[in-house]
Write a protein that binds this ligand. Sequence first.
Ligand code: G1P
Length: 289
Amino acid sequence: MNIRKVVIPVAGWGTRSLPATKNVPKELLPIYKKPVVQYVVEEAINTGLTEVVFINNQTKTIIEDHFDHNWVLEELLERKGKTELLEEIRAVAEMASIISVRQKKQLGLGHAVLCAQGVINDDPFAVMVGDDLMFGMEPGIKQLVDVAKAEGLSVVGVVEVPLNKVDRYGIIQGEEYAPGIFRVRQMVEKPAVADAPSRMAVVGRYVLMPEVFDHLRGLKPGVGGEIQLTDALEIMAKEGRLLAVRMRGRRFDAGDWAEYLTANIYFALQDEELRDDLVRNLQELLSCK
Ligand code: G1P
C-alpha cells in the first residue's frame, strides 16, 4: 500500500487564538522560529508523504505561499551573502508539492475532508490537523501509516486526556489487541464528561481508506451543527473497520495558549545559543511575586 498524500484542513477561523488570528492564520503563528503549519508539513515529509493538500478558504492563501519561493527575498539573501538563511528559506519552498482545494463554506472537519475527494481518488491518505503538533523520536503520523499499511484499515491517533477535557475531543472506546493498538468499537464527538466512553481522545492525526468518502457524503450535521469526521468514522468503527494507535511522543494543541507557549519554550530550549539566556529569564520571572 502506497500512501503519498496528506490532507491538511486549514480553513477554520482560529477563534481560540483571537485577537492574534484576526488577520494572521492560526497555522502561521510562530513556534520559536517556524510557523505551526511548517512543523506539521515536516512531520508528513519525514514520514514519506510528499503531496500536501491544503483545504483552504479565500482569506488564508498566504499559508500556501509559505511553501513556495519568495524570489525577491531569495535574491536579497543571495546578494547579501546570507547563504545559510537562503538555503533554509529555499528548502521550505521545495519540501513538498502543494495542492490547494477551496472549502467554500466552513461546514466542519468532515466536510473539509470530503472537499479533498477529487484529488485523492481511490488511494489511502493521511489527514493532519494544521494546528496540532506531535513531537518525539518518530514522526507522529508515521506511527499511524505503519499500522494502516500492515492492517489495511483506517487508523486514528489517540492520547489519554484528563476527564475534564474529554468534551473537547473525539473520544474512542475499543479493545487493545496489541500493545498500543485498539480495534475501535465506538467513537463519539465531544461527549459530555458523564457520557464519555473513555479518556482516549483523538488527536489531529488520521490515516483513512477512501471508503470514508462514502460515509461522509451521507452525513447530516452533528455536534455544533458541523459535518463531523468522527460521525463517518463511527460508522466504520461499528463495521470493525477502524483502528486506533496510542501515540508515542509529546502533543501540543497550538490553539490552547498554555500549550502554544510551552511549545515555544520547548523548542527555544533546544537552541544552544539561546538556552542559557532563556533559562535565566524564566527563573527571574518565576521568582517575581
Ligand atoms: C477535531 C475533531 C476531534 C479531534 C480534534 C483534535 O476537533 O473533530 O474529534 O479530537 O480535532 O484536535 P476540533 O478541534 O476541530 O473541534
